[in-house]
Design a protein around this ligand. Structure first.
Ligand code: GLN
Length: 454
């Protein structure tokens, strides 16, 4: 089968399903078919390309693509066409992957449902009345519905794992520094990381291989020896030590979700892993800490959208300040404004020590909780989310209840470690996600556990 045929088949599937799902903000059919033909030609000439040669890929619309509109789900970047490719996009293209389109997201990746997108709300393919999760909801639904076999998302506090869980696909948040953030539009720079969505664990390992590696253009990229994640695809967890943090199984977590996760843990135990309860004592402060740190960094990062340097600018204004104020007032949605205000407040003199500095100190305690557990255990397992996918509109007017859906994911970002969500059955006919957390740069271990379970 040729790459052209593969790409066309996926576009058929997209055309069949997209009107119902809204996974994409933009599609790239002509370009994609052209690139596929080129790949076919190169393969015919005997050229050696990567594992992803001819494979269709979707990219979250906060990752820049040369010559292709990148909106971040925001009106302020409605017509923004970046002049360069993000490092991950370049790597995918170099391997021969075909970019089919850009996926929907919560504006600037702030949200848990894609309802904060300025353009559309993506639907969960399992139940069109429900959200796909977020903020990378478009990428998750695209993979779940078979519109693409592989999509990229980004994580600041769970935006790959949570939608993967809601949509019944595999999603991975790599260790901070493993994947270049160059060309990922910054939300909270100390937390952001790009991660893959795939239908199974093997594809996840292949996807991870294609996006990892040192990048001098990202000062937080880590220069380590390149790992082949396919080596992790072995069916064996004998002797592995699994920790279950009791705070991740408390009464706030849906009982049916917990049951499915316990069943999955039993499977791993039967395969020879040992399982013990542990404590991550600072978990109760994780959400509050995240919702100081993430908005603080966001308020600083989003200062660049001023109507001068990027994107839209209002037509009528009396002064430069008026230009900034009007452009930002009209360009940003409600949740983005809320974060900018919270963040600006937390960083302002007089409040900085009380909020931002304190949050940073609690963040260290959260990180140390994990370090202690990883002294004695290989991986940590929990549900990915407290519930299965919720209804569209259910939490849209209540930010705090929306924020609560991140309670099991944000700590991993703050600790800079890696985490993965894989499907582990259904509760009320909706997918449940099993979260596997590993220490920094232990993606192989996480993948091995996931592969063995799957
Ligand atoms: N839902 C979280 C938030 O709104 C996480 C978002 C993300 O990971 N990008 O901040």
């Amino acid at each position: 089968i040729s790459s052209e045929e593969i790409v066309k088949a996926y576009f058929d599937r997209i055309e069949e399903t997209e009107a119902k799902l809204n996974s994409f903000i933009s599609l790239n059919k002509e370009e994609a078919i052209k690139s596929a033909r080129e790949i076919d030609k190169r393969l015919k000439n005997g050229e050696k390309l990567g594992d992803l040669a001819g494979i269709p890929v979707a990219i979250k619309d906060n990752i820049v693509t040369e010559g292709v509109k990148t909106t971040c789900g925001s009106k302020i970047l409605e017509n923004f066409v970046p002049p360069y490719d993000a490092t991950v996009v370049k790597k995918l293209k170099d391997e021969g992957a075909i970019i089919v389109g850009k996926t929907n997201l919560d504006e600037f990746a702030m949200g848990s449902s894609t309802e904060n997108s300025a353009y559309k709300t993506t639907k969960n393919p399992w139940d069109l009345e429900r959200v796909p999760g977020g903020s990378s909801g478009g990428s998750a639904s695209a993979v779940a519905a078979g519109q693409v076999p592989f999509a990229l998302g980004s994580e600041t506090g769970g935006s790959v794992r949570q939608p993967a869980s809601f949509c019944g696909v595999v999603g991975l948040k790599p260790t901070y520094g493993l994947v270049s953030r160059y060309g990922l539009v910054a939300f909270a720079s100390s937390l952001d990381q790009i991660g893959p969505f795939t239908k199974d664990v093997e594809d996840c390992a292949i996807a991870l291989n294609s996006i990892t590696g040192y990048d001098s253009k990202d000062s937080t990229s880590i220069n380590r020896e390149k790992i082949d994640y396919k080596e992790a695809l072995v069916n064996d967890v004998k002797g592995l030590k699994i920790a279950l943090p009791k705070e991740y199984f408390d009464d706030s977590i849906d009982a049916e979700v917990k049951n499915k996760v316990y069943e999955a843990i039993k499977v791993l135990e039967d395969l020879g892993a040992t399982v013990e309860e542990v404590s991550l004592p600072h978990t109760e402060y994780a959400l509050a800490t995240y919702y100081i740190i993430a908005p603080s960094e966001a308020s600083s990062n989003l200062a660049r959208f001023d109507g001068v340097r990027y994107g839209n600018r209002v037509k009528d204004y009396d002064s430069v300040e008026d230009l900034f104020v009007k452009t930002r007032s009209q360009g940003f949605g409600e949740e983005v404004k809320r974060r900018i205000m919270v963040g600006t407040y937390a960083l302002s003199s007089g409040y900085y020590d009380e909020y931002y500095r304190k949050a940073q100190r609690v963040r260290t305690l959260i990180k140390q909780d994990f370090e202690k557990v990883f002294e004695n255990y290989d991986v940590i397992i929990s549900p990915t989310t407290p519930t299965t996918a919720f209804k569209i509109g259910e939490k849209a007017t209540d930010p705090v209840s929306m924020y609560l859906s991140d309670i099991l994911t944000v700590s991993v970002n703050m600790a800079g470690i890696c985490g993965m969500s894989i499907p582990c059955g259904y509760a009320n006919d909706l997918p449940v996600g099993l979260q596997i957390i590993g220490n920094a740069f232990e993606e192989k271990k996480v993948l091995r556990v996931a592969y063995t379970y799957e």
